[in-house]
Write a protein that binds this ligand. Sequence first.
Ligand SMILES: [Zn+2]
Length: 219
Amino acid sequence: MTPAPSPNFDARPEGSPIDHLVLHYTGMLSAQAAISRLCDPAAKVSSHYVVDEDGTVYALVAEAKRAWHAGVSYWRGVRALNNRSIGIEIVNPGHEWGYRAFPKAQMLAVRDLCRGILSRHPIPARNLVGHSDIAPDRKQDPGELFDWQWLAGQGVGFWTDAMGEPRDLMQDLAAIGYDVSLPEAAVITAFQRRFLPGSVSGVADEVTRKRAAGVLETL
Ligand SMILES: [Zn+2]
């Protein structure tokens, strides 16, 4: 672990549990550019960790402190996820600058980092989320190339292949944890990036409805 201390943090509200883990991509051209921004007081953003493509892990903010990565956010009835989460920025240019696969060395480092975090904090598997899950109207990260299925197979986070009987999609997505007061297409897109990465359309088609039912039944 390489220290890269950021001044962009403050205290968590008193009594806040740490029970969410939020994964991001940096969405910048290089790791150094991303770390510079996450450490720039004027930018007012940060994360607890950054994981480079070669697997190097940078530590920016102590886990006990509140880093500023989630912004306006919601998951399973909880808002302002910075209060209760640890944030990991995974280096990738993102959809804007040439979105590409996450290399194996990087995924292994993300896995090991998450395992450590999960050993220190009581974070339920279904509270390991992507930024797009908790802010679907604003965010696309870490995106459909991020291999949630592999990560869950390594004991980190939730995955299922299940398909269920199609029902009311938005009702199912609300029960999974999404803020369904946001525009429907954005919420559906976020769900698809996570659980149907080959069919990211924003459309409430039958396969998406079956998938949401399957996820909900398995949770
Ligand atoms: Zn993000």
